[in-house]
Design a binder for this molecule. Sequence first.
Ligand SMILES: [Fe+2]
Length: 309
Amino acid sequence: MKNNKFVQFKYINKHLFNTLRNIEKKNTFYANKEIPELKKFTLNCKKILDFKKNIRALIICLYPKSYKARKFSAQTVKKILEIMCEYAGDTLIQNSSKDKLIEVYDRDRKLSMHKGSRYHQTREGGSIHTDNVNIPNGWEYLMFGCLSSSKAGGETILVDSKTIHKELNLNFAEAKSILEKNFFWEKRGVADELYRAPILTYDKTNQPMFRYLRPYLEAAHMKANKKLTSKQLYALDVLDALLETSKFQFRYKMQKGDVLFNLDSKVLHGRTSFSDAYDALPLAKIKNKESRLKRTMIRVWIKNREKKN
Ligand SMILES: [Fe+2]
């Protein structure tokens, strides 16, 4: 049986859908500073992640259940996502150009993470990871909205931190204790600096939290001139092997209007490799040729808003 109990699907209701459709028709997203119903829906989703003990990821569908008619445009999905993120918390800067909403799509078939590119710029699969790898301070939530799916492949893979932790505890105690010690990390795309942090840590209630993306970690160790020891390599190999075990994975091919909303350090994620259609275009170039859009996801990192006194 697939391990998918930590994921819950959520659909918006017809009323909220009609509200959003009307705003799309009138093209007034920018004027609509508040969409109270969307705010309520988003905060409710956040509550599920914060308080429902067994749920660590939501796949939100921006259509009512069983909806088969015309979908929102990619730009509308992006706008709705942006508004939802605003309601969920403070959005973080993700690169040196200070962007907070990052487009995840294949920039060029020749790019590779192993040659210095960032995961979100390539078509590569594998490397099940968390996003909290290139900024030392963590944040709580990842929001990841689909504007277009790929022609071939590109399934989203989710793995529950608790399941992996349990498996490490039961069968790989030595690997687990190595993962709890410091490794080097680089701040790829953000700053030319290194920092040290463990892969496996625990929150206040002793729940496991991961920080992991192997290619970034390996590159950081090279830069630091600190070769990974054979014991460290063993621990990383165990972790990768567990993350790639099918019974621990939940897979789902996201479609336009699906939004993944999850606890970043408590759900590891990745994708299978993909290919867009040969003549597919990035968002900035599609104009009204919506069907030619490449696999495009919008990624946002969200931190709980500091309470103002
Ligand atoms: Fe990611």
